[in-house]
Design a protein around this ligand. Structure first.
Ligand SMILES: NC(=O)C1=CN([C@@H]2O[C@H](COP(=O)(O)OP(=O)(O)OC[C@H]3O[C@@H](n4cnc5c(N)ncnc54)[C@H](OP(=O)(O)O)[C@@H]3O)[C@@H](O)[C@H]2O)C=CC1
Ligand SMILES: O=C1CO[C@H](CO)[C@@H](O)[C@@H]1O
Length: 316
């Protein structure tokens, strides 16, 4: 398995398991099945509403000696309601309680967007958002540093940050993020972001690598393109005698990022980690490069306000 190396010597398996939309009744078995299939890297978030069930899987796996805590890598994310300094550590402690862990391996700011702390669910009006002037990202970041000092988390990072937002944060701290988790796949290469992160010692994790087909219909565009059904991807898969999903996952290994396909199906969970064995050629990568059309499945539209507080969230 390819790994991403951190400054302190820690290593992250490049293929991890995503858990957004994994139903609480299914996710415990899914995570346990993944750990038994050799996954060591699990991607979670408070907002996915299933961390307590994932925690049960971790307990079972550790008790059954499927994996030790030291070999397991758990990422979670701070939700947008907890960006104020005083809310960060309580939110992290809730996640740790739910996951039944003493520490996280990686904690990310989920979005560069802040909601009112008392908000339940998603914003319904402009008033449900706080502006970045009211809660600057650096305030949240400093509180995360404190959590690290207290031993609650080993590594810190961000998610959905553009180059502009990374530069802004890096200009205000001596402790830059070690990870940026963003959408990446053959329809969205984000070469500039990849180059910026890699030349600044920031790892990337690719989310929605298979096109996030199980999102609710309200989140989908009518003419949404399919990665799994793409003719070029299918032809490359045929040449390698593997599935299209395995090509889509192997693409990220070739670009030295992590990738976190979501599945609750044991067969597909196994299939996805087996992508580690796929070696794409330069010619395959060239063909995949031609598919880039800057298409986002998670387009951030749900953060648009009428007052423009969070317009152009990706700065492009
Ligand atoms: N930081 C952020 O803002 C975001 C982070 N994420 C993270 O990234 C993870 C992955 O992204 P996500 O959006 O969930 O979508 P993915 O691109 O991983 O797609 C998930 C879908 O693909 C199906 N699938 C899984 N494996 C295969 C396979 N081998 N062949 C065919 N279909 C397959 C799944 O079905 P089934 O389960 O039935 O197998 C599900 O319908 C998330 O779960 C989450 O952890 C995602 C979005 C935003
Ligand atoms: O990780 C994610 C998936 O779920 C959320 C939407 O419900 C997104 O905000 C986020 O990017």
């Amino acid at each position: 398995m390819k790994v991403l190396k951190f400054n302190n010597g820690d290593q992250l398996d490049a293929i991890g398991l995503g858990t957004w939309k994994s139903q609480p009744v299914k996710v415990e078995d899914a995570v346990l099945s993944a750990l038994k299939s050799g996954y060591k890297h699990i991607d979670c978030a408070a907002v996915y509403g299933n961390e307590a069930e994932i925690g049960k899987a971790f307990q079972k796996a550790i008790n059954q000696k499927v994996i030790s805590r030291e070999n397991l890598w758990v990422t979670s994310k701070l939700w947008n309601t907890a960006h104020k300094a005083e809310d960060v550590i309580p939110a992290l402690k809730q996640t740790l309680d739910d996951l039944q862990l003493d520490y996280l391996d990686l904690y990310l700011i989920h979005w560069p967007v802040a909601f009112r702390p008392d908000l339940h669910g998603f914003p319904e009006s402009d008033d449900d958002f706080l502006s970045l002037q009211e809660v600057p990202v650096i305030e949240t970041w400093q509180a995360m540093q404190e959590a690290k000092k207290q031993g609650l988390v080993k590594h810190l990072g961000v998610s959905n940050f553009s180059v502009t937002k990374l530069k802004d944060l890096m200009g205000k701290t001596d402790n830059p993020p070690e990870m940026n988790q963003v959408e990446l796949h053959p329809f969205l290469h984000q070469e500039n972001l990849l180059e910026f992160c890699h030349s600044n010692n920031i790892h990337l994790t690719a989310y929605s690598p298979l096109g996030s087909g199980d999102r609710s219909t309200e989140m989908k565009a009518e003419d949404e393109p399919s990665l799994l059904e793409n003719a070029v991807v299918k032809a490359i898969a045929k040449q390698h005698d593997v599935t299209p999903a395995q090509i889509l996952i192997a693409f990220h290994l070739h670009r030295h990022t992590a990738v976190i396909p979501k599945s609750t199906n044991p067969k597909r969970i196994q299939e996805n980690i087996n992508s580690a064995k796929v070696n794409l050629t330069d010619e395959d990568m060239q063909q995949i490069k031609s598919l880039d059309k800057h298409y986002r499945y998670v387009n951030g539209k749900f953060f648009e306000t009428t007052d423009g507080k969070y317009s152009n969230i990706f700065d492009e």
